[in-house]
Design a protein around this ligand. Structure first.
Ligand SMILES: Nc1nc2c(ncn2[C@@H]2O[C@H](COP(=O)(O)OP(=O)(O)O)[C@@H](O)[C@H]2O)c(=O)[nH]1
Ligand SMILES: [Mg+2]
Length: 292
């Protein structure tokens, strides 16, 4: 797989860096560059490498990797299980156009159905901006055998989510997963749209387990961080899903998101098939990016 090879690249570069047996300032400079390239964030990288430089104990590859693992592991946060068996769950799926929201919704449906059995899932076609978006979600719903609640093009997304919630309640469904448009025409506009939909859904879902999941595109690096900042300050994000992790070496952005914004990570999207979604595990993720 192309993505696997790229990701291994980081671990392999680390290995190459220490292959000469010497660990001097130049090696640490190159390590700094490598970590910056991986989108871990300048602040974390400088602290980490300064720490390594000043501690004479870190003079071989394994001790350096262990220290990187320890430091990054201290910043990454697992979201854990977002689903509540006690009540109706409403998951609002947010993110800018093209990051992988609709695909993630299909994968989440598959994941929760597999994990909790047939507890009743309904999808809300809240991306009402493009007719094609409703069709795309409807096709997933058909294939997965779950209901999709939709209204006409241009409908108010909050009204669609509300309909889906009412319908879920009347049928005893336990999970509503709602798509959104995430148009990034202007930041002010996006924030206004987000706060409106959040306010309405929060009111309607007052007794529900209401979670806001932000999908980010793993191939976009620093851009994904800026999106997380905007969405988090607008509505408060409960957890991040890193999509397209199969085709990127840029997964380091999660360190910045966890550390600076305090948002935990729920899932990694690793492909376009329904099963290509992994629950985020700090240990597995670090083993993956460090190539160990
Ligand atoms: N390789 C890969 N492609 C993905 C993944 N998630 C989504 N995509 C693709 O990214 C494109 C945009 O996805 P979509 O779900 O429509 O994004 P949305 O606009 O945010 O709803 C589609 O071509 C998807 O097949 C993933 O985890 N890995
Ligand atoms: Mg979509």
């Amino acid at each position: 797989m192309r993505g696997e090879m790229k990701k291994k690249g980081f671990g392999e570069k680390l290995r190459a860096l220490f292959s000469g047996g010497r660990v001097d300032d130049e090696v640490f400079d190159e390590l700094e560059d490598l970590l910056i390239e991986a989108d871990i964030g300048a602040k974390t990288v400088v602290e980490l490498v300064d720490g390594l430089r000043s501690d004479r104990a870190h003079h071989d590859r394994m001790s350096v990797i262990d220290e990187i693992r320890r430091v990054l592991g201290g910043f990454l946060v697992e979201a854990g299980d977002l689903f509540s068996a006690e009540t109706t769950n409403v998951f609002l799926i947010l993110g800018v156009n093209g990051v992988g929201k609709t695909t993630t919704i299909a994968k989440l449906t598959e994941y929760y159905r597999t994990t909790y059995g047939d507890m009743g899932i309904v999808l809300a076609a809240g991306d009402t901006f493009r007719a094609a978006a409703v069709d795309q979600l409807s096709r997933h719903g058909e294939r997965l055998g779950v209901r999709v609640v939709a209204q006409g093009p241009g409908a108010d997304p909050a009204a669609v989510v509300y309909d889906a919630l009412v319908s879920a309640r009347s049928r005893g469904d336990r999970l509503v997963v709602a798509d959104t448009a995430g148009r990034m025409h202007t930041k002010a506009n996006l924030v206004a749209e987000l706060t409106k939909i959040d306010r309405i859904v929060a009111t309607q879902a007052a007794n529900c387990n209401y979670k806001k999941l932000l999908v980010i595109d793993g191939t976009t690096g620093q851009n994904a961080y800026q999106q997380a900042e905007i969405f988090h300050s607008a509505v408060g994000i409960d957890a991040v899903v890193l999509a397209k992790y199969d085709s990127t070496a840029k997964g380091g952005i999660l360190v910045q998101i966890c550390r600076n914004l305090g948002i935990p990570v729920a899932f990694l999207g690793r492909g376009e098939k329904y099963g290509d979604l992994d629950v985020f595990s700090t240990d597995e993720y670090l083993a993956d990016i460090l190539g160990e």
